[in-house]
Design a protein around this ligand. Structure first.
Ligand code: HEC
Length: 312
């Protein structure tokens, strides 16, 4: 694509210049009326030439930047929380937590999230405590100086599946599963990308080599990803009886991950609504007050009266 356009570009740069030269040469031998017409034609031709040159350069640049990335860009989906004044779907966050806990947490940590963060968002305090108690946490040292295991508390963070990055890498063919706490903030496309990634697995097209343990996903930069497809219909069951389809899992876990990365989301939008209302009221009052205060200055008349007859 680049070659023919560059060729075109070079012929185009020469053409208007040539034409201009020829026009100017001929104008010298003609009368004035014709001169003007020809000069105008020259100017128009040069202008059109320069215009199409700019257009082609822009086109070529757009090809160059976009043709280089071979991944698909996720479509923007109509999330419950997409609108300016829309809050998260909290039932979806709760289901998303179930998906994370039963599927993703086998490989991915979320070490910036504690069980207390769930309280009032997706779980009641009692439910969140029960969730925390299901995991064993290393605590200590006790009075004998030894570390010990105890059931989790609300203040504990989500447990990590691997002891360290090396163990994670070893278990996943050399690819470290990233921490998911802020993943929707850390990837272009956010929750749209996560959804597209989880539902976008397909067979690798010819010419894309995959190494041992790699899978093909057109949404992942480069296409070869170290994570296999994890979401299939009915791979888990929802506690609220929602139909357990792969796309439903992907939608819920993406909503959950968006909430994890941006827990202040609902309050932020609520504050924006309040602030818009408050500030428009204040704006109206201050406009009225400004008119009131300035009316004396705006309507006054300054008059200059020189002293009659005398000068200083
Ligand atoms: C069997 C282990 C495993 C499971 C289960 C798993 N993942 Fe992964 N995941 C990985 C690995 C390994 C990578 C790193 C892939 C790479 O860099 O090639 C990864 C990468 C990712 C990425 C980052 C992709 C990027 O752009 O870098 C996201 C997002 C992700 N996983 C989400 C999930 C979600 C959500 C779930 C649960 C539905 C899940 N994963 C379940 C192993 C897993």
């Amino acid at each position: 694509m680049v070659v023919p356009i560059s060729l075109l570009k070079s012929t185009l740069t020469q053409k208007p210049a040539d034409m201009l030269r020829r026009c100017l040469l001929s104008t010298t031998s003609n009368n004035n009326g014709n001169k003007f017409k020809k000069a105008l034609t020259c100017a128009l031709l040069t202008g059109t030439g320069a215009g199409s040159l700019l257009l082609l350069t822009a086109l070529e640049n757009s090809f160059r930047t976009n043709a280089s990335d071979l991944e698909l860009h996720p479509t923007h989906l109509p999330w419950n929380h997409s609108g300016t004044f829309q809050a998260f779907d909290h039932a979806s966050i709760r289901r998303g937590y179930e998906v994370y806990k039963q599927v993703c947490s086998a490989c991915h940590s979320m070490r910036f999230l504690a069980y207390r963060n769930l309280v009032g968002v997706s779980h009641t305090e009692v439910q969140a405590k029960m969730e925390a108690e299901q995991v064993q946490v290393t605590d200590g040292p006790n009075e004998e100086g030894k570390m010990f295991q105890r059931p989790g508390k609300l203040s504990d963070r989500f447990p990590s599946p691997y002891a360290n990055d090396e163990a994670a890498r070893f278990a996943n063919n050399g690819a470290i599963p990233p921490d998911l706490s802020y993943i929707t903030a850390a990837r272009h496309g956010g929750e749209d990308y996560v959804f597209a990634l989880l539902t976008g697995y397909c067979n690798a097209p010819a010419g894309i080599p995959l190494r041992e343990g790699q899978h093909f996903n057109p949404y992942f930069p480069g296409g070869a990803i170290g994570m296999g497809q994890t979401l299939f219909n009915e791979v888990i069951e929802y506690s609220d009886g929602t139909p357990a389809t792969a796309s439903q899992f992907a939608k819920d876990v993406s909503t959950f991950l968006r909430w994890a990365a941006e827990p202040e989301h609902d309050i932020r939008k609520q504050m924006a609504l309040k602030a818009t209302m408050m500030f428009s009221l204040l704006a109206m009052i201050s406009y009225y007050y400004k008119r009131h205060k300035w009316t004396v200055l705006k309507s006054r008349k300054l008059e200059f009266r020189p002293r009659s007859g005398k000068s200083d």
